[in-house]
Design a protein around this ligand. Structure first.
Ligand code: ITT
Length: 202
């Protein structure tokens, strides 16, 4: 089976490729990236919109993922707005000095200054869209927002997120350690269980 990976985020694509290794399913890179408006109100709706757009453009079963960091003390933000949090009026627009990632992190840390409840979780929803049939699965990784960035691995908010049960930030974990506990790892393993009918040790 071959699936098109409906994402323009290279780090996310690399993680999905790792998570599908050994599944017998081949992930194909799209001939070009699409700009899909993420107008949904949930991770599921946005993942569905992306998977459907890639399927309709390229005619191949498409796998999309929508994810983000949910911080209850911030009313659920950045949430579905995680990738473009710095641009949101909510909480004040953050200027991009080095990269969008740095601006997102800077805004999150600014809003968390003096906040006692630092609990947060990453959420991932994967959607496989095949035209007249489909599948979806979700995963969550609980932890807390750190006071400052630590580590070089992963992507996005990984340097400021400490997963439960670990002393290191997500960006300080090896790729294999992250895959074992991550929201994306859990969602993909659940999808594969339905798709292949077996549990994979990834
Ligand atoms: P595509 O829509 O093209 O897949 P994207 O990066 O815009 O790429 P999302 O809309 O799903 O993807 O936004 C996900 C954002 O949530 C991502 O850019 C990060 O800021 C954050 N995020 C998701 N998973 C993460 C992870 O494993 N580690 C750190 N940050 C993560």
């Amino acid at each position: 089976m071959r699936l098109l990976v409906a994402t323009s985020n290279r780090s996310k694509r690399a993680e999905l490729e790792r998570l599908f290794q050994g599944s017998g399913i081949e992930l194909l890179v799209p001939p070009r990236e699409l700009s899909v408006e993420e107008s949904g109100e949930s991770f599921f709706q946005n993942a569905y919109l992306k998977a459907r757009a890639y399927y309709e453009t390229f005619g191949v079963p498409a796998l999309a993922e929508d994810s983000g960091l949910v911080v209850p003390a911030l009313g659920g933000y950045p949430g579905i707005y995680s990738s473009r949090f710095y641009q949101l009026e909510w909480g004040g627009v953050e200027k991009v000095e080095t990269s969008e990632k740095e601006a997102n992190i800077k805004k999150l840390l600014r809003l968390m200054e003096g906040v006692h409840d630092r609990r947060a979780y990453f959420h991932s929803c994967v959607v496989l869209y095949m035209g007249n049939a489909g599948l979806w699965a979700e995963g969550r990784c609980d932890g807390e927002v750190l006071a400052e960035a630590r580590g070089e691995g992963g992507f996005g908010y990984d340097p400021v997120f400490r997963p439960e049960g670990h002393q290191r930030s997500m960006a300080e974990l090896s790729p294999e350690e992250k895959d074992r506990i991550s929201h994306r790892g859990k969602a993909v393993r659940r999808l594969l269980k339905v798709l292949c009918g077996k549990s994979l040790e990834i």
